[in-house]
Design a protein around this ligand. Structure first.
Ligand code: PLP
Length: 431
């Protein structure tokens, strides 16, 4: 039988995939890998000089075999740790069945997944996408359509109120309402229809709302801005303002949700129920990009066939992994660990204030640490921590963001914080 006739054969014999010899990653040094990336990749990131080859739990290993405690966890995409056996098992089993069908057909992982996700957060419906930015775009499109069809806003007049210093992703529409010059500059013309007000100020939201306003879109905790936890009355006030003005409250829980703060939704801390949640990152278990807008029928019901979607959104592999994520969050020890170790994490970080750290904000296993700018920039702090075996990421100026995986143990967390203390001591001693 010729190769052509064998294409797609179920036993794999003679099909195209089976004709390639197995290939391991080439044996290059970290320096070689960095040189290749520098030369042939767009410079849209400025990574620390660490080349990761493997990960287990809260730890990763570079190509030379050096181990690092991963206290970034893929910006919370790796909430369940590297090489999580439950997630790998779900993915492996699904890889052997079917991975992509498109939404032209149903698949047997889709229904159970959207059912479990909607139930987990007490809503009726899910619109699945892939990246966090796509979930945000979905929220914007749904809110606009809801505004025209349900609220009666005149066509093309819809406005959405957002918060300053937000981070919702990097599409042209999303950067149109970013206040970060790096994210925005050079990418205009910008999408109209957004009003930005200071984060944490519900009165400013109220003042920005008028008859054209269809939604308020905010992060319950601002991640990229440096883990900014709003005052406790902020989200409840936003809820009231939205109710009083018939405006949708959309919570971008792409980073704050799915266990990071010790709860499934960061909104839970203040008992607030928004009209829609946007999830991403950890929803794909760190294995593949999975995101979703989750809301009730009165909101998501405005979308009809052909109006929104994605080839990969809702694929069976995503469904298998996503269902496992839901099960792990509802049945597993992750939330409890995040709460328990979150207390220790916050307490120990607070002890650094006045000893090289200016201020700390933390919630669950998530913290923004403002290093004294006289001592080091955030980037320098991250470089030194990596040298000492701890991976974190800087954000604006001298702030360091920490979000260890929710599987981290107390001993490892303490070990990482000890390294943090040592780096601070070195800096203070001028070393
Ligand atoms: C709150 C929030 N929304 C959206 C996004 C965008 O997600 P993605 O990078 O998957 O597009 C991020 C990414 O950091 C985020 O933190």
């Amino acid at each position: 039988m010729s190769n052509t006739q064998n294409l797609g054969q179920q036993d794999g014999a003679g099909d195209l995939g089976a004709t390639l010899p197995e290939q391991d990653a080439p044996a290059l040094s970290s320096a070689d890998h960095i040189a290749l990336a520098q030369e042939h990749s767009a410079h849209n990131y400025a990574p620390l000089p660490v080349v990761i080859a493997e990960g287990r739990g809260a730890w990763v290993t570079d190509v030379e075999g050096k181990r690092y405690l991963d206290c970034l966890a893929g910006y919370s995409a790796m909430n369940f740790g590297h090489h999580n056996p439950d997630l790998l098992d779900a993915a492996h089993r699904q890889l052997d069945r079917v991975t992509l069908t498109s939404r032209a057909f149903y698949n047997d992982r889709f229904g159970p997944w959207v059912d479990s996700l909607a139930r987990m957060v007490g809503k009726e419906k899910v619109l699945p996408m892939n990246t966090g930015a796509e979930a945000v775009e979905t929220g914007i499109k749904v809110a606009r359509k809801w505004g025209y069809e349900v609220k009666g806003v005149p066509e093309n007049q819809a406005t959405i109120v957002v918060a300053g210093a937000n981070f919702h992703g990097r599409t042209t529409t999303i950067i149109s309402f970013s206040s970060d010059p790096e994210a925005r500059t050079g990418f205009g013309p910008y999408t109209p229809g957004f009003r930005s007000v200071p984060y944490g100020d519900a009165a400013a939201i109220e003042a920005a709302i008028d008859d054209t306003t269809v939604a308020v879109l905010i992060e319950p905790v601002q991640g990229e801005a440096g883990v900014i936890v709003p005052p406790p009355d902020y989200l409840p006030r936003v809820r009231e303002v939205c109710d009083a003005n018939r405006v949708l409250f959309i919570a971008d829980e792409v980073q704050s949700g799915l266990g990071r703060t010790g709860t499934i939704r960061a909104c839970e801390h203040t008992g607030v129920v928004p009209d829609a949640y946007l999830f991403g990152k950890a929803l794909g278990g760190g294995i593949l990009p999975v995101s979703a807008m989750v809301a009730n029928e009165d909101v998501l019901g405005v979308i009809q066939p052909g109006q929104h979607g994605s080839t990969f959104g809702g694929n069976p592999l995503a469904g298998a992994v996503g269902s496992t994520v839901v099960r792990m969050l509802t049945e597993g020890p992750y939330l409890e660990n995040a709460r328990k170790l979150g207390d220790l994490f916050g307490r120990r970080l607070e002890e650094f204030v006045g000893r090289g750290v200016v201020s700390v904000r933390s919630i669950g296993l998530w913290a923004g640490v403002d290093v004294d700018p006289e001592l080091a920039s955030g980037k320098e702090m991250c470089r030194r921590l990596a040298e000492n075996g701890v991976l974190v990421k800087d954000t604006h100026g001298s702030t360091v963001r920490m979000s260890p995986p929710l599987v981290i143990g107390e001993e490892d967390l303490n070990w990482g914080l000890d390294r943090f203390a040592e780096v601070l001591e070195d800096l203070r001693a001028g070393r």
